[in-house]
Design a protein around this ligand. Structure first.
Ligand code: AKG
Length: 259
């Protein structure tokens, strides 16, 4: 598909390290996903150790997580695999990184109303093994309108072309972060309507502000990489938290050489 008069969506993705996908879910479908999402959040669908707090570096005000992260919703509730989003996101991933793209893992990231905790700046590839073929795409789908004040995604345009930055554990040691800010050249906020998506590459710098609004910000994120690299990743014993949900710096390229 051509965006504007010049570049295709795949070319924008290759150039900027992110691209808006347009609508991936109808209004009715968004409602179905929200209902399912809320069953995860309420605990009706159990998530066990797959559930954690991506904002745990900030003391919690209530019982809910600052930023609820549920890894592998499809493993916890396999019917999700047959719902529309997975096939549409796979088609988008093939368009963006090539026909050999396959599903790697998925996650839910929820910012409760007035939780106010930013997602730390990071590059996903810092969490992952350093694979020879680095093609990877995350498709971040808004289930609520995502705006700056409730935590829409921010990216640094072109950052996927730069070496990975050193990453450090967050102050509580549960997640990782790197040095970056909205003041860097190329910093771009990507507001979305519910049902729309934005795709980013594995090495694109990203973050989101805290949710200071009275509404929730629910996002569903689907990740894809090449068939061969998925096989290699699993052979090397890494399954992105499926058996052992511990997040740390795994990519040698993101380890601070001073440490
Ligand atoms: O939803 C967020 O705030 C962060 C999402 C994220 O880090 C990701 O999709 O890789």
């Amino acid at each position: 598909m051509t965006i504007g008069t010049e570049l295709t969506r795949a070319q924008v993705f290759a150039q900027d390290g992110f691209v808006v996908t347009g609508s991936l879910l109808s209004t009715a479908e968004v409602e179905t996903y929200r209902e399912l999402y809320d069953r995860f959040l309420s605990g009706e669908i159990e998530s066990g150790d797959k559930r954690s707090d991506l904002g745990s570096h900030v003391p919690r005000q209530g019982v809910e997580e600052n930023i609820t992260q549920i890894m592998w919703p499809t493993a916890l509730y396999p019917p999700l695999l047959d719902m529309p989003l997975h096939s549409r996101a796979l088609a988008m991933a093939k368009e963006l990184i090539g026909g050999d793209a396959v599903f790697d893992f998925d996650m839910m990231i929820h910012k409760p109303a007035r939780s106010g905790v930013p997602t730390p700046w990071h590059q996903d590839a810092a969490y992952w093994l350093d694979l020879p073929d680095k093609r990877a795409v995350s498709i971040w789908v808004a289930l609520d309108e995502a705006v700056i004040d409730n935590g829409c995604m921010w990216y640094i345009q072109g950052s996927h072309e730069q070496p990975l930055r050193p990453h450090y554990p967050t102050s509580d040691g549960k997640n990782i972060q790197c040095s970056c800010s909205e003041d860097e050249p190329g910093a771009t906020a990507v507001p979305l309507q519910a049902g729309e998506g934005v795709a980013h590459a594995g090495s694109t710098l990203h973050y989101s502000r805290g949710n200071t609004t009275g509404g929730v910000r629910r996002a569903y994120v689907l990740n894809f990489r090449s068939t061969d690299m998925l096989r290699l990743e699993r052979e090397l014993g890494y399954d992105v938290g499926l058996t052992n949900n511990i997040r740390t710096v795994r990519n040698a390229g993101a380890v601070d050489s001073d440490n």
